[in-house]
Design a protein. Structure first.
Length: 288
């Protein structure tokens, strides 16, 4: 079993780089996903993952498959969409989820069109679904930097962010930190989606952010447990997905996300905090 899971990482350098990149992403993205879930903003991350596509496409048109250009473009586009959606929400009667949905649909269509103007179908697939097995040293430095900034950023805004999840009205009455914390958190979401874009592509980056966070809810009751459990599930998904991808010769990004989906389904069935099996046996015990 050990050789089956870890053999490819011992033997091949590109597998080790892919594993390091996925582990770095697993450190930062799931904690962000936990807060998205608690704030009932899970689907917003999917919208933001599409929002970075036009910026990445502009970077691709300017410099080809250049990591710095596509990263800066994706980061700028994601932050722009987040700010515009917030501005529309505060200036009109449209709610934030509706404004984000509108902007992400426009962004997705515009990004695909921009890539199609110059790139091939292979280039479009690379942007949409990533190429985790082709991670190089600059990409690993980027993922490591994003993980570091995210963890320090969450530590800095942890208390007001938790309060905003629990009682945003109370936070607004006692402090003016609600707005800055909200936008700082959106910035962390965009950063992690840009990092996930390098490995898993725009369409799958959100999978490693949300699936471990949702699965962790079946094992822990509070943040002190949900965050480390979500990180552990994401890391396990990365190892399983990369190994299955190598052994079965299937696309790596989907394999990682499907591994996370399998762990989510397992958690939903046997998780000790509301899993189906646990609830079934608990009900029978109470009936007796």
């Amino acid at each position: 079993m050990i050789d089956l899971l870890f053999g490819p990482f011992i033997e091949f350098g590109f597998m080790r780089r892919a594993l390091v990149g996925c582990l770095a992403l697993s450190l930062s993205a799931p904690p962000v996903g936990v807060f998205l879930m608690l704030r009932r903003m899970s689907l917003m991350s999917d919208a933001m993952s599409h929002a970075i596509l036009p910026g990445a496409a502009v970077g691709f048109l300017v410099a080809g498959l250049s990591l710095p250009a596509m990263t800066l473009g994706g980061l700028a586009a994601g932050l722009c969409v987040a700010l515009m959606a917030g501005l529309v929400t505060r200036s009109t009667a449209i709610k934030e989820d509706a404004s984000l949905a509108a902007f992400y649909l426009i962004s997705l269509a515009g990004g695909v069109l921009l890539v199609s103007l110059r790139g091939s179908q292979i280039d479009l697939l690379h942007i949409l679904f990533g190429s985790v097995l082709a991670l190089d040293d600059p990409a690993l430095w980027l993922l490591g930097g994003i993980a570091t900034v995210t963890l320090f950023g969450l530590a800095a805004i942890y208390r007001p962010l938790v309060m905003e999840c629990v009682d945003p009205l109370f936070l607004r009455t006692v402090s003016r930190a609600g707005g800055p914390v909200h936008y700082a958190f959106l910035g962390l979401v965009v950063m992690n989606l840009v990092g996930g874009f390098q490995a898993l592509g725009t369409l799958l980056a959100v999978g490693l952010m949300l699936l471990p966070a949702i699965a962790a809810r079946f094992w822990a009751a509070d943040l002190s447990g949900m965050i480390p459990v979500s990180v552990l599930i994401a890391m396990l998904s990365s190892v399983i997905g990369l190994s299955v991808s190598y052994r079965a010769d299937v696309p790596t990004g989907p394999a990682i996300v499907l591994a996370a989906g399998g762990l989510y389904i397992t958690s939903m069935l046997v998780g000790r905090r509301g899993g189906l099996v646990y609830r079934l046996f608990r009900g029978r015990h109470l009936e007796a």
